[in-house]
Design a protein around this ligand. Sequence first.
Ligand SMILES: *Cc1c(COP(=O)(O)O)cnc(C)c1O
Length: 375
Amino acid sequence: MVVSAGRGPETPGAPVNAPIPLASTYRSGGELSYGREGNAAWSALEEVLGALEGGTALAFSSGMGAIAAVLESLPVGAIVVLPADAYTGTRTFLADLALRERLSHRLVDTTDVAATLAACDGAALLWLESPSNPMMAISDLALLSRQARVVSPEIVVVADNTFATPVLQRPLELGVDIVVHSVTKYLAGHSDVIIGATVTRDPRWVSALSGRRSMHGAIPGPLETYLALRGLRTLDVRMQRAQANAGEIARRLRAHSTVEVVRYPGLADHPGHALAMRQMSGAGAMLSFDVRGGAEAADRCCAAVRLAVPATSLGGVETLIERRGRWVGEEALPAALCRLSVGIEDVEDLWADLDQALGHAAEQVGQPSPDRLVG
Ligand SMILES: *Cc1c(COP(=O)(O)O)cnc(C)c1O
């Protein structure tokens, strides 16, 4: 499906790939009239992503564009329940909406089912993210979706499926109403575009979200959409390789003398391991670990990598590493936590690099940590 869907007409002589229509307007009398309403390049990406998640997909200018479209569809005063460790952008956006008295929100630990359901009382929307970023916590999407509706029959359940991707987890099949994606990450997979998407089976949400996309102008560029689809074609093989690498790196990091904790749902002693193995078809390629020696040691480790890239973001073919606590808004995280987005490099090359970088971390000649970054 990831390879064959969204290819356009199967007539002799037709191009194998969907076209990239570079047009802001269309001749009158057809299905499309203006470029903000639709584009054949979007449709191709949406067809593939919709088939993968099992719903109707809409492409947006970015993951945040998709997230904003969902949240801006709620009536003024609505209550949103979301994980305390949800994606920073989502938390910041909701804090801003709360400040302007548009929406209010309740931060919960969504691995705690009772606490989450209690918070859902009177709420309009339950936001879920599993695995979470960067604590790698696993929340029960099926149980929470089902029970939240018992507490609040009209509640809308949304899952940010960026970390898992539909190759490993299909939230709509687990009872979630809307899936959001930062397509920027694994789906596009090459750290070269910013793009987002929503997927839902509910026709009312399809029309609400596509209307919001047009009104907000949160539309992807046709070239970016093409690149995202080109990347998406190899999602399955990239994920298999990155996940195998991540499993091996997680085991080796755990045995390393300069590493204190490794959070990877594929490890048998991860608190969400059993649930992850039920809910997902694999543990994915994201992990986090705490470097022994605190923030300065972690910074030395990130600065010393040569094959991996010290950078934020995730989901590309190349391994990315960063100390998350360097960001404003991430003060609650362990200071020495490094997030690793494991790529598709040769695992021995990758390990040799991480091992030498951890060697630098262990050296006691520390420099002070830089000021926090505003993201
Ligand atoms: C990056 C990210 C987003 C935001 O997506 P953009 O494409 O950067 O706008 C949302 N959720 C998660 C989990 C992410 O990692």
